[in-house]
Design a protein around this ligand. Sequence first.
Ligand SMILES: [Fe+2]
Length: 131
Amino acid sequence: MSPEQTSEKTNLFVGVNEPVDWNNLSDLEKKHIPFIDAPETVKMNEPFQVTIEVGRLLAHPNEHKHFIQFVDLYADDTYLARADFTSVKSCPKATFCINLDAPFSELRAYEHCNLHGTWVYRKAVKVVEGA
Ligand SMILES: [Fe+2]
């Protein structure tokens, strides 16, 4: 599944959305990027925290008719964790305890908006052997 650039898309519900130009983000992109906070380097088999936050650059609506339904976290193509959200009563931010047991190279966060489809954010991670 390869993300498509949002400026070229007419249907946000086909494929996975990803910003085109990080130096010139649209408001739609700012509202939907699922940012990842995590260490750049982690030790294999040593737990660490990963936080995913949607709406960091521009708040995403959190209404019954328009909200973030979930975020998923992957290491490369390997599924790690999910957080589901309700409208209004929860906000689209979640922290996970992660323990990588292989030399993955990228953390990926996916978020799904009920009106604007699925979006991805990628953050490089270096997994080194533990002490
Ligand atoms: Fe949305």
